[in-house]
Design a protein around this ligand. Structure first.
Ligand SMILES: Nc1ncnc2c1ncn2[C@@H]1O[C@H](COP(=O)(O)OP(=O)(O)OP(=O)(O)O)[C@@H](O)[C@H]1O
Length: 393
């Protein structure tokens, strides 16, 4: 780290290697943690020069490597390979701001590094795998008994509430999905990849071009019209809840030939008062039927077609933390990736045509969807009134 040497020199008169007071070492550690900028040399050393064996994986933004800092902290270094028009100063200040986003259920961003044209992000390392690997790709699925899954639901809800309402800057995540929920060694869920919209301000289509109609997590009004609000995250959260309970991946759903996806299946069963039938069979021995039924209802409330009907995260946290009173019945879910009925063309004067210029292809199962609305992702524009007048997707 850049100022380690400087800091050590500063401390020298007060410390000697032979008789170091543990409190002073702590002080040095705390100061190191305050430092948000990492030198490239530090990251090269801590990742063994980005050794392939330390590669944790590669996402849409670039490869991620495991590393260990001198002070003992384990890190995950994300090498951003996506080109962003963002200048160095802006990247620096945005990264510093995001490093202040700290919550038990959000992956901590320790800092960043600029090296020539390269931009890197340094995260807290989260020991267990991402939720999607455990839930959909692993034989270890049984380790996620109901108690743990319920804790994941509660933790993710709290993390999202923090991002929406309590963080130093208001953050709409835009990409809540099982692979962006990491589990630590105590199975505490941590939301990762928050704030990427802030670091890629030019990249308004990033999420869509990667995922349009295929990932199954995006709220239909966001996918089709670019209407972004916290309620888009609420929708994605609802999908994760239903996936956690059913063990089924929404985008690969094939349990019921009469249902287009997990959401429709869960809704149909709910209407027949048979909602517990979606439950993952591996949960049988650990299930708490009342809790599971309540979570299915929450999931369905979150994925409702009309964003205004979806609950705020503050309400979700309240419901899952305390035994709630009776909940309202969910209305039908929105179906990302399905065809939709175009809203009736509103009769509107020609002076308003710019408001209506956000036309979309009727078929959005492809990756060609382009957002024309603002998707900065961090300041909520609130629900665009263009959302009025359509409910059917
Ligand atoms: N802080 C972290 N601690 C441990 N592993 C991490 C951390 N951050 C990312 N990973 C792992 O690195 C891999 C790549 O993660 P990344 O978030 O870049 O992409 P992704 O979530 O797989 O895909 P996408 O970019 O589409 O969201 C994943 O396997 C993820 O579990």
């Amino acid at each position: 780290m850049k100022s380690r040497g400087f800091f050590r020199n500063l401390m020298k008169p007060f410390t000697s290697n032979s008789s170091r007071d543990p409190n002073e070492v702590d002080l040095e550690k705390i100061a190191a943690q305050e430092q948000k900028e990492f030198s490239f040399e530090t990251l090269v050393a801590s990742t063994n020069n980005f050794h392939p064996t330390l590669k944790l994986g590669e996402g849409g933004f670039g490869p991620v490597y495991k590393g260990k800092l001198d002070d003992g902290r384990e890190i995950a270094v994300k090498k951003l390979s996506q080109s962003s028009a963002q200048g160095k100063k802006e990247f620096q200040s945005e990264s510093k701001l995001l490093a202040r986003v700290q919550h038990r259920n959000v992956v901590n961003l320790f800092g960043y590094c600029l090296h020539g044209a390269e931009k890197l992000l340094v995260y807290q390392y989260v020991a267990n795998e991402s939720l999607d690997k455990l839930l959909f790709k692993s034989e270890k699925r049984e380790v996620l008994d109901w108690k743990r899954r319920y804790e994941v639901i509660k933790g993710v809800a709290k993390g999202l509430l923090y991002l929406h309402e309590e963080a130093p800057c208001r953050i709409i995540h835009r990409d809540i999905k099982a692979s962006n929920i990491l589990l630590d060694d105590k199975w505490v869920p941590k939301i990762s990849d928050f704030g990427m919209a802030r670091l890629f301000p030019e990249d308004a289509t990033h999420v869509n071009t990667r995922a349009a109609g295929t990932n199954g997590y995006m709220a239909p009004e966001y996918l089709m019209y670019g209407h972004l609000s916290e309620k888009a995250d609420v929708f994605s959260f609802g999908v994760v809840v239903l996936e956690l309970i059913s063990g089924q991946k929404n985008s690969k759903f094939n349990r019921d030939p009469d249902s287009r996806n997990l959401l429709e299946w869960a809704y149909k069963l709910y209407k027949k008062e048979r909602s517990l039938e979606i439950m993952d069979p591996t949960l049988t021995s650990s299930a708490d039927a009342e809790q599971i039924a309540m979570c299915i209802q929450i999931g369905l409330l979150c994925v409702q077609s009309d964003p205004k009907s979806r609950p705020e995260m503050s309400r979700v946290v309240l419901i899952v933390s305390k035994k709630p009173g009776p909940l309202e019945d969910p209305m039908r879910p929105g179906y990302p990736g399905s065809r939709y009925r175009k809203p009736p063309r509103p009769t509107i004067s020609s002076s308003n045509t710019s408001v209506l210029s956000n036309s979309n292809s009727e078929s959005f199962g492809s990756t060609n969807v382009t957002l024309t609305a603002s998707t900065s992702g961090l300041t909520s524009p609130g629900l665009d009134t263009r959302g009025k007048g359509f409910m059917e997707y």
